[in-house]
Design a protein around this ligand. Sequence first.
Ligand SMILES: Cc1cc2nc3c(=O)[nH]c(=O)nc-3n(C[C@H](O)[C@H](O)[C@H](O)COP(=O)(O)O)c2cc1C
Length: 326
Amino acid sequence: MMTTRFCTEFGVDYPIVQGGMQGVGRAELVAAVANAGALGFLTALTQPTPEELTREIARCRELTDRPFGVNLTILPTIDPPPYAEYRDAIISSGVPVVETAGFNPAEHVPAFRAAGVKVLHKCTSVRHAVKAQELGVDGVSIDGFECAGHPGEDDIPGLVLIPAAAERVGIPMIASGGFADSRGLVAALALGAEGINMGTRFLATVEAPVHQAVKERLVEANERETDLIFRPLRNTARVARNSVSRKVVEVLDEGGAFEDVRELVAGSRGREVFETGDLERGVWSAGLAQGLIHDIPRVSELIRRIVAGAEDIVHDRLGALLAGES
Ligand SMILES: Cc1cc2nc3c(=O)[nH]c(=O)nc-3n(C[C@H](O)[C@H](O)[C@H](O)COP(=O)(O)O)c2cc1C
């Protein structure tokens, strides 16, 4: 069985993580990931209030008795959600692990640590990973340029970012961005990571609570069909390419301000894509890994396939190379 230090320290069977996904990281998906032996994260801000997050955690517990966590995404907004209250809801519900992401988690790490909640901080650069390690987090996930959502502004793909981070980080490190199958898992381990984090691949599973049309679009789309929006604002996000993402890129490239695209990128419109399957309704996150997605499996089948495939690659393909058999 493929076990890494991450598995032992975070209490899961397999070195596979389902990262927080706004609108998607709900109990059905997270429990399926937990039941399959991997680590899933509910997304705190998908719940409109901390009280509803507490209820969602309880709902997830009814669906699994395996460990799972909660993602707390800290974004710089004019009108921020009550982060401290979400944090306290996470702590008091007794989940064993939190995935922090976005801004520097310094404000929240001491409270999590004091309560014995492990912190897996997700970031997009070596310097931020080193900083998180100094803050005392238990592990880091590093999102390369390939990832869905916010890849940062450095544009360093995983092939360089992951080994560069491995040279500087001593705590368990998870490679993220562009991973979808067993080949990616073996590559991540070879690059110095202790597992993989996936978002886009989990979006195209039976249990992901999004419209079937979204999943089918991921199967159909290739690796060239994403857009980077908000580049001129230095708040880059990778989304599935559609008429709305094209328009947003065009307006901002021509010198437009956020106000000029605010309505197009409204979170409510993105939610409608997931709920109604109208793929042109708004912007929705997807990564380059969509080019590697060819079906819509159940989560258990996906995890089984990735783990078994990785073991085969190591034993058979790479083992044969060492034995001089190919
Ligand atoms: C639909 C969707 C929504 C996401 N929302 C969040 C989020 O709210 N917070 C977060 O930290 N990451 C979010 N992510 C990023 C994932 O957790 C993960 O880091 C990323 O998808 C990894 O890259 P991959 O898509 O190539 O696997 C989202 C990803 C997707 C596909």
